[in-house]
Ligand binder design. Structure first.
Ligand code: PA5
Length: 447
């Protein structure tokens, strides 16, 4: 069994000849990717990661996760962007929907909170209150080791740890995932003796979920990281070997580009499970940062359904016809919750007696796919057999591969992010960082 891409509902918008004529384009983009001949080819470490990873470090990740599970009530994951979203996407996809709220006996693993993904003092103080005087550990994740948001949060929680346990003991509760040799975080870790994990040179942030960046927090949550890697390896095999006609990742890359060329400049990733919200956030970063450059790209958006059918649903059905929709369909729900018959049918729901809540959800999904199709929103679907580590591994790899191919189809370097630097330059100048004096003066005049 596997995750499958289905675009049969979009045939009204794409003729067979169009997908056939895209075969050559998709195959040559794939060739550029796999032969490592394209732009950004020094960031292709993720392609072989599921079969070619550091086994010694993998074992160390599991060991560290066990230690954190044993000595901490709370784990703080400090990181932003690619150093944050993959872990959160996985933990929310795989673990209990109310992970931090169920009892410790039910969960058996530490509560997990994310910080360093904003600069909100309100949020940081809130988290300090939540941790209280409980035992906690920190996983600070930053490839560059210099990103402002996580660095600020880390400074604050490091101080709290050091006050609570003393500097030496605190160091045993800090796990740093960063570059193998350079950056402020690496230097600090060496100085203080933190256990470190590596973000490989050739893996960019948004492609790093299957490195220690994602794996350590995911392992702490109790999820099975072996299965995650196995799932990714199985999708890698398909993506690399299968011919265009049977290759789902290639087909997805091709179909979204066909739609883009027809003027569909927004892709909405839709889910019907709240636990997929952060998978969509991860996906938005992956595609947004990879393709949105050189004044090009499909704008990646997302909706949580049916929730947003009562808000954005109006626009999708009937607003500007600029989008297509990709639905993430969980085929087998984790839970079977049956609706009962009531003696007096006051709420008028007896016609659903004996049906599961998931049956209602699926009917809403199928009805919406047809309604949106009738409203001229091409609908693509990705069928996910169930929410487990293996299929999530497949999904991560499926999207990463499709994203690399799709970026090359549209002629950009999918592996850089020059646009992310602009705000940083202005922020450093306004903060008065050394070396930014001239920019500061110019910006102050404009404010
Ligand atoms: O994908 C990316 O490269 C970015 O989103 C980075 O992951 C993000 O800016 C965090 O960078 P760093 O890990 O260097 O702190």
């Amino acid at each position: 069994n596997k995750c499958k891409f289905d675009y049969s509902k979009a045939v009204k918008f794409i003729r067979d000849e169009e997908t056939a004529s895209f075969e050559q384009i998709a195959n040559s983009a794939k060739e550029v990717l796999t032969s490592k001949n394209g732009q950004g080819n020094d960031f292709l470490g993720w392609v072989d990661l599921p079969v070619n990873y550091d086994k010694e470090e993998f074992a160390r990740i599991k060991k560290a996760a066990k230690k954190i599970q044993g000595d901490s009530k709370v784990l703080l994951v400090i990181g932003i962007g690619g150093s944050y979203l993959g872990a959160r996407a996985a933990i929310e996809f795989l673990r209990h929907g109310f992970y931090n709220n169920i009892t410790e006996q039910q969960r058996k693993t530490p509560e997990i909170y994310y910080v360093g993904n904003s600069i909100s003092s309100n949020y940081i103080q809130g988290l300090i209150d939540v941790v209280g005087d409980r035992d906690f550990s920190v996983n600070i994740i930053s490839k560059s080791g210099t990103t402002t948001e996580p660095a600020i949060s880390f400074r604050i929680f490091k101080e709290i740890l050091e006050k609570k346990y003393g500097r030496k003991e605190a160091a045993k509760r800090i796990y740093a995932t960063t570059d193998k040799a350079k950056g402020a975080l690496k230097n600090l870790s060496d100085e203080e003796g933190y256990e470190t994990f590596v973000v490989p040179d050739d893996v960019g942030g948004r492609f790093s979920v299957l490195t220690a960046v994602g794996l350590l927090p995911i392992a702490v949550s109790g999820a099975d990281i072996d299965q995650l890697m196995e799932g990714a390896a199985s999708e890698r095999k398909r993506a690399l070997a299968l011919p265009y006609e049977e290759n789902d990742a290639l087909k997805y890359a091709a179909v979204r580009n066909i739609l883009h060329r027809k003027g569909k400049s927004v892709e909405i990733l839709a889910n019907y499970e709240p636990s997929l919200h952060y998978l969509a956030e991860w996906w938005k970063q992956l595609f947004g940062e990879s393709e949105g450059k050189d004044q090009k790209g499909i704008f990646p958006a997302s909706v949580d359904l049916t929730t947003d059918l009562h808000s954005m649903g109006q626009f999708i059905q009937d607003g500007s016809r600029i989008m297509f929709e990709t639905v993430l369909n969980i085929e087998q729900s984790k839970v079977s919750l049956e609706l009962k018959e009531e003696p007096v049918d006051l709420d008028g729901l007896n016609y659903l007696a004996g049906k599961t809540v998931d049956f209602v959800n699926k009917s809403a999904m199928n009805g919406t796919i047809l309604a949106h199709t009738d409203g001229n929103v091409p609908n693509l679907r990705i069928d996910i057999p169930e929410q487990n580590e293996f299929y999530l591994g497949q999904l991560f790899y499926f999207f990463e591969f499709a994203c690399g191919v799709s970026g090359y189809i549209s002629g950009v370097n999918p592996f850089n992010q020059p646009g992310v630097e602009s705000y940083k330059k202005n922020m450093f100048a306004l903060l008065g960082k050394q070396g930014y004096e001239k920019e500061r003066e110019e910006l102050q005049k404009r404010l």
